[in-house]
Design a protein around this ligand. Structure first.
Ligand SMILES: Cc1ncc(C[n+]2csc(CCOP(=O)(O)OP(=O)(O)O)c2C)c(N)n1
Ligand SMILES: [Mg+2]
Length: 574
């Protein structure tokens, strides 16, 4: 592999990453930003280099993003045996650590003979380009097979075109969907990432304009309509806005488009509370289209939205329903304004930081985040003005995605500024790709939120009666617990040591000017800001996080009984 990369170094770009997991995150960010029309390959050594791929691969597969993984495998001759980094198992000789990639791969193969590539490479491309199937694809190649010559037929190397069809659902299903929509009194559209990938956002705006059906968005679908579109009631979900939840509770017909209906979106299946609620699922994947006993519309989002629009000529929702959506949109926007201008002292709140970054970003610029409390604040407060401007990885919500993911976004869209927002915990998982960004001249604006630990997990733990246990970064105290002083870490110095321009700011005014300077700079800048961990944008919705049935703590017992009450509201949608 290294020989081929070296020989073709001027024709085939090669990027040296710092961590294999990060390489996959960067590839996923790149693929998502490219609407799944482009992908990277990630090649690794055997053993730990290969197993480091697993977390990234899970993230790519969950988010349905194409990435080709090419880990090296132990020699097929099994000489020498055991080779360095081989996990030896007494019960079998045909398993290697690369088998750990099977459950997180949409296609997996081990190339034991060079000619197997003739069959496996097209299979890999089929899966990578199939919008319903796509995810991580693994071709594990033993080191000795990598070095073997083979006389491949010339036609194998001819240029191939992989078409992505804009297929339409079964006509009967489409007709039934039209009947259901015409009969609905409070229809609601839930848009997921599929709408963005299919480049269906203009078609969606036209459809919504024509029919007046309100829209709520998932994390991956946020930005499908501009934040101030009167039909956009905002984000639905555990991190969503109360007005979207209110709208969902009234819906008698839910039209999911390009969503895979995670618990985060459905608020652990409590969002759609009407006993008579029905689902229509427009999705390119049959698997998702059949969820919640919905009417499956298996097809491309853009083509199908257009077809539905034609078939629904003359239909318009009750004007009261439409007006309510517009009113709720303005209502929540006033809250965005309020949370963004709390004037909290001495430390600013995270919501104010989000607002300042949002103000500094042009409409086409991109915000990237993944885990911690930021996805909550961003989903509630970020005013998206472009379908590709909100890039929050909330399928795997993988701490450490932020910086490499942002790198992938910037590689896919060099004409946009990329604002990576990352908590201190997530930063420490994977800061090393700052070095890769510097090496490649990939400009990022990284906003690092220092709040000395896991604010998100701490808040959740307090709600569940466990007092934020184990979530703060502190020295071990005299009581044997993590109750001592904050740790003397200097993440700004860490980022500077990796070659980033670094600005440490204390106030929102300083943050605003640092953001302006970072915009006009050409190099990667990290802005370090400390926020108040106790002032956050609340989570309004319940989430099914199981609580112990038995505990000596009264707080936990109380949390358990309200958990049982809430859980009883969870619907099965059978
Ligand atoms: C790799 C990984 N490990 C653990 C988790 C569970 N988890 C979710 S958020 C979080 C804490 C994040 O801390 P930080 O980045 O500082 O953000 P904050 O909660 O302070 O906003 C943890 C441990 C995760 N999402 N990803
Ligand atoms: Mg933190």
């Amino acid at each position: 592999m290294a020989q081929a990369l070296h020989q073709y170094r001027h024709d085939f770009p090669y990027i040296l990453g710092r961590n294999e997991q990060a390489m996959v995150h960067a590839s996923a960010g790149f693929a998502r930003m490219s609407n799944r029309l482009r992908a990277f390959a990630c090649a690794t050594s055997i053993g730990p280099g290969a197993t480091n791929l697993v977390t990234g691969a899970a993230g790519a597969t969950i988010n349905r993003l194409p990435v080709l993984l090419l880990p090296a495998d132990m020699p097929s001759t099994r000489i020498p045996r055991p080779v360095l980094q081989q996990v030896e198992l007494a019960w079998t000789s045909s398993v290697s650590v690369n088998d750990a990639l099977r459950p997180v791969s949409k296609y997996w193969d081990r190339i034991e003979r060079p000619e197997q590539v003739l069959w496996s490479a097209p299979e890999a491309m089929r899966v990578l380009t199939d919008q319903a199937e796509t995810g991580a694809v693994t071709l594990a190649i033993p080191t000795d097979v990598q070095a073997e010559a083979h006389d491949f037929p010339a036609e194998f190397f001819e240029t191939r075109v992989w078409r992505i069809p804009r297929s339409l659902p079964d006509p009967d299903a489409l007709a039934e969907a039209v009947t259901m929509i015409r009969a609905a009194s409070r229809p609601l559209i839930v848009v997921g990432g599929g709408v963005v990938y299919s480049e269906a956002t203009d078609a969606l705006a036209a459809f919504v304009g024509q029919t007046g059906i309100p829209v709520v968005e998932t994390h991956a679908g946020k930005g499908s309509l501009p934040f101030d579109h009167p039909a956009n009631v905002g984000s639905l979900g555990v991190n969503g806005v109360p007005v979207a939840f209110e709208m969902a509770g009234e819906a008698d017909l839910v039209i999911g488009i390009g969503t895979r209906w995670t618990d985060v979106t459905t608020v652990s299946q409590t969002a759609f509370g009407r006993p008579d609620v029905r689902f229509i699922n427009l999705n390119v994947a049959s698997f998702d289209a059949h969820k919640f006993s919905g009417l499956p519309l298996i097809g491309d989002a853009r083509a199908t939205i257009e077809a539905l629009g034609q078939a629904l000529a003359g239909f318009h929702v009750d004007p009261e329903h439409e007006a309510k959506a517009a009113r709720l949109n303005r209502e929540w926007d006033a809250e965005i304004e309020r949370y963004g201008n709390l004037g909290n002292t001495p430390l600013p709140s995270q919501g104010e930081v989000v607002a300042a970054v949002n103000d500094a970003a042009e409409p086409r610029d991109v915000v990237v985040a993944a885990a911690g409390s930021l996805p909550n604040d961003l989903q509630k407060l970020w005013r998206s003005r472009d379908p590709k401007s909100y890039h929050v990885e909330y399928g795997y919500s993988c701490m450490g995605y932020e910086i490499p993911g942002g790198m992938g976004v910037k590689m896919a869209a060099p004409d946009r500024e990329v604002f990576v927002m990352v908590g201190d915990g997530s930063y420490m998982m994977m800061p090393s790709e700052i070095v890769t960004a510097v090496q490649e001249g990939i400009k990022l604006i990284i906003v690092l939120i220092q709040n000395h630990g896991f604010a998100s997990v701490g808040a959740l733990s307090r709600r569940l009666g466990t007092e934020g246990f184990g979530a703060a970064y502190r020295r071990r105290g005299d009581d044997g617990l993590l109750s001592g002083d904050n740790l003397p870490v200097d993440l700004a110095a860490n980022a500077a040591s990796f070659g980033a321009e670094v600005k440490k700011v204390a106030t929102i005014e300083e943050l605003r000017s640092a953001l302006d300077e970072a915009r006009s700079a050409t190099a990667t800048t990290l802005i370090h800001v400390e926020t108040d961990p106790d002032v956050y944008v609340p989570r309004f919705q319940w989430w099914d996080v199981a609580i112990a049935e038995v505990s000596t703590s009264e707080a936990v017992q109380e949390a358990r009984s309200s958990y049982e009450e809430e859980r009883a509201k969870s619907r099965r949608h059978l």
